[in-house]
Design a protein around this ligand. Structure first.
Ligand code: ADP
Length: 384
């Protein structure tokens, strides 16, 4: 069981600040996913935990012990890289056994650990093969096996599925989730830029944003259960990043507020209601209204949009609407396959699915949602 704590962690390369004021706790046994745009520092943060990079300032604790100066080999963590990094001249068995031989473990112990890892990763029939005779997915399983045999307290994964094709990614993702369940108390920290991986694997998502030091903002934009970030994004950055396709944003001005509702007039004239907890907004205040494509209801309501693009995905039709007064197109999922370009379509934005963001980007607090997670980190949402 390992708790990882980062306290006021900063990372600079020369004058360039990459990570700014990271405060984060990863609980024992948790599956924690770092996600964010390319270059925001996800891999760097993982490498700081691994000990492959030095922390510029701040403290890293594993199991209550400060490990800033502890070499990687003594941190009891195992890292799995995107590139597999297998020894090409060694068999699968030898690749997995190599680190243990280096530690001078007895050969019986090495054999039982390698066999157990091979069984859990379905590699039993491949132990004599060389890496070049394996598929990408099998190679990545060997790389994971090499980490498992060390019995680490923490697994660190750096984009482990990036080199796999779409089908293998899904298969290996499911295997990693199963592995996490089987290993129980072992914490996993996982870097990805893939939304679906983050949403499906994580107990906790850590969303990082780039270029924060100059603005004095912490690099972590929000931490929480995947559904918490989906239903209760704290700000425009989180709202725009989590969810695929992305949330629609529409510009407008506040008309009025009650204790649990905001009425907004969108540029273009349409009025929209949003559920919000104790909204404290001034009349005429400029706001951004957010609604996810899956929540736009087509075929009803007072809104009107002109179809400017259609995407037929089989299970659904995605409809891009030009809405009067709005620069960005409004994307809706679930359009009728019979729609045509140029059609005018009524639409509604249901109040319980409408997010409101103030001019500084902070979200208004939303009421609890039916699918909110009742356990784990409580929602920490900036309220106006
Ligand atoms: P991510 O994993 O989110 O794509 P990285 O952690 O790889 O981002 O990199 C974060 C930033 O740090 C990038 O701008 C990258 O160019 C910079 N960076 C990473 N490693 C070094 C290094 N050794 N020297 C200087 N800059 C680096």
């Amino acid at each position: 069981m390992s708790r990882i704590e980062l306290r006021n962690v900063h990372k600079r390369y020369g004058n360039v600040a990459v990570l700014h004021d990271i405060n984060l706790t990863i609980e024992p046994g948790e599956f924690c996913v770092f996600i964010g745009p390319s270059g925001c520092g996800k891999s760097t943060l993982l490498r700081l935990i691994a000990g492959l990079e030095e922390i510029s300032s701040g403290e890293l604790h594993i199991d209550g012990r400060m490990v800033n100066d502890l070499p990687p080999a003594q941190r009891n963590v195992a890292m799995v890289f995107q590139s597999y990094a297998l020894y090409p001249h060694m068999s699968v068995y030898e690749n997995m056994a190599f680190g243990l031989r280096h530690q001078k473990l007895a050969s019986g112990e090495i054999d039982s650990r390698v066999q157990a890892a091979a069984k859990s990763l379905h590699l039993e029939g491949l132990l004599e093969r060389k890496p070049k005779a394996l598929s990408g997915g099998q190679r990545q399983r060997v790389a994971i096996g090499r980490a498992i045999v060390r019995n680490p307290k923490v697994f660190l994964f750096d984009e482990p599925l990036s080199n796999l094709d779409a089908a293998l990614r899904i298969q290996t993702r499911v295997e990693i989730a199963r592995l996490h369940r089987d290993l129980g108390s072992v914490s996993m920290v996982y870097v990805t830029h893939d939304q679906v991986e983050a949403m499906t694997l994580a107990d906790k998502i850590v969303l990082l944003r780039p270029d924060t030091a100059a603005k004095g903002l912490p690099s972590v934009a929000q931490v929480g259960h995947p559904l918490e970030l989906y239903h209760h994004p704290r700000n425009l950055f989180v709202a725009g990043f989590i969810g695929s396709p992305s949330m629609n944003f529409l510009q407008g001005q506040v008309l009025s507020c009650t204790s649990n509702r905001v009425r907004v007039r969108l540029a273009g004239g349409q009025e929209v209601l949003a559920d919000a907890v104790a909204p404290q907004l001034h009349a005429d205040e400029p706001v951004t209204v957010g609604v996810r494509p899956e929540h736009v209801q087509l075929g009803q309501g007072a809104g009107r949009g002109v179809v400017s693009h259609l995407e037929h995905l089989g299970e659904t039709t995605q409809v891009y609407l030009q809405v009067p007064g709005q620069q960005a197109l409004l994307l809706a999922k679930g359009g009728s396959p019979s729609l045509k370009l140029g059609d005018t379509v009524p639409f509604e934005l249901p109040a319980q699915h409408v997010h409101v963001f103030r001019a500084d980007g902070d979200a208004l607090r939303r009421p609890a949602q039916p699918h909110d997670v009742q356990h784990g980190t409580p929602a920490r949402i900036a309220c106006a």
